[in-house]
Design a protein around this ligand. Sequence first.
Ligand SMILES: C[S@@+](CC[C@H](N)C(=O)[O-])C[C@H]1O[C@@H](n2cnc3c(N)ncnc32)[C@H](O)[C@@H]1O
Length: 319
Amino acid sequence: MPYRRASKKPEGLPTRGKTAANRLRRADNFILLYEPSLLSRMDGWFANSMFVDLGYGFDARTTLESASRFRRVNPNLKILGVEIDKERVAAALPFADDKTFFRLGGFNLPLQEGEHVRLIRAFNVLRQYEEKDVAPAYERLAQYVLPGGLMIEGTSNPFGSVWCANVARRTESDGLLSNTGNRRSGELKERDWRLETENQRLGGLALSRLEGWRFEALVFSTNFRLGFDVDEFQTILPKNLIHRVARGEPIYDFFEAWKRSAMETSAMKTYGMRQWFIATAELLAGKGYKVNLQRKFLSKGFLLWLFEQAPVLEQTGGR
Ligand SMILES: C[S@@+](CC[C@H](N)C(=O)[O-])C[C@H]1O[C@@H](n2cnc3c(N)ncnc32)[C@H](O)[C@@H]1O
């Protein structure tokens, strides 16, 4: 599958480079729980495909930490750290080796001939952009990811104890490669992003209408160090949702339902935050939200709101 050669000038804006040791440990652990085979598969184009850490920050610590975590399941995994800031690339280069690369680049990933991407992690990158920049960035990135590959894109608090991320699957269709022709990143209009029909309304939440991606889940993660407070998650929503917690928006209804579920299960607090968190997820499912009830996620503080199909909700106005 050929990737589209993009212009060399990195697309995007240099932004603050703040990071922290182990800030993204839970994001890595989530991937290892969600789909470890994505890291280890070596079939076809995947054999020479990479994990890309887009926007790793002022130094490469999170990329190197992921390298050691992910290489427990695939010792030969190639890893590419991409930064739009030259000095940050220079700071990382001493840590490069024959399967760990650091390159200057932007949303137009700096891939070389024959390289492909199985997974992109973009954490705390788009939060510093405007909402209108999200869709073009996703569309551009789709051009490099193998069908079946994933992107996890989200926002965390400074130490990564609480985060929320979009999980998007690169679709089988390579319509993006063949259909968009000369369309350049940035040309996706905001009206495309504000969606109208029922399915599209879900897409407004879920990015599902973006060519090249099928939005799979919105993941809320907590290690419970800050306790459990649904409101905490509102402050670290990904950029496509952070300004959308307003009446009439699906994410608003979701938070209202989650807060109600937390109230209705508050007796569970006596058994600990984790049990309470699990009880809220079960109640959300009872209210019609398609959440993943597997204990392997919930007991570790991951709540997955799934989007394989439009959720059917019981309450009026809720979606
Ligand atoms: C806040 S840091 C996040 C670091 C790390 N991912 C984390 O979560 O701790 C954001 C980084 O993304 C980089 N960045 C912003 N836009 C980018 C783009 N389009 N391509 C590559 N890097 C980008 C910035 O230069 C900055 O270093």
